[in-house]
Structure formats: structure tokens, C-alpha cells
Design a binder for this molecule. Structure first.
Ligand SMILES: [Zn+2]
Ligand SMILES: [Zn+2]
Length: 83
């Protein structure tokens, strides 16, 4: 069965409809200010931040940390997984 992950927080869902029905605690506009967003990349053993290249073993650990090369400014946002 396929797993679907949120790009912002790494939460795992069994369907896209259940993923996008729920609020995201790591939404860029603020905690629970929006819904989860589908991560459109494939499931990987290691995820790389598209801004700085740091590698993490899961989307949730990647997006838990601030990014020194975030487009909004250094550490003004979280890492974001490359596809
Ligand atoms: Zn989320
Ligand atoms: Zn980063």
C-alpha cells in the first residue's frame, strides 16, 4: 500500500484525501493555519533539503529543523525536502 507524506511535517497517511483534510502543525503560515501538503517525491531512505542540501532520514526530522539557507532568510524557516 502506498504511503503519502506531508511536505511540511512528514506525517504519513494512507490516502491523499485524508492527508489534505487535516491541519498541519508545521504549516509555513503557522501551526495549524493550513492543511498538510502532499509531498510529491518518492519515498526515500534519505531526504535532502532543497535549500541547503542537509540530509535527514525522515521528512519529519528534516522539517523539524531551521534552515540556514531558507529563502525567507537564514533560519527564518524549516528545511524543505527536495523531490
Ligand atoms: Zn503536515
Ligand atoms: Zn535546509
Amino acid at each position: 500500500m502506498a504511503n503519502f507524506y506531508c511536505e511540511y511535517c512528514g506525517n504519513k497517511y494512507s490516502s491523499v484525501s485524508s492527508l489534505t483534510a487535516n491541519s498541519c502543525s508545521r504549516h509555513p503560515l503557522g501551526s495549524n493555519k493550513g492543511k498538510h501538503k502532499l509531498y510529491e517525491g518518492s519515498e526515500k531512505s534519505k531526504y535532502t533539503c532543497k535549500y541547503c542540501g542537509n540530509g535527514y532520514s525522515s521528512i519529519s526530522s528534516l522539517t523539524a529543523n531551521s534552515c540556514s539557507r531558507h529563502p525567507n532568510g537564514s533560519n527564518k524557516g524549516k528545511h524543505s525536502p527536495a523531490l
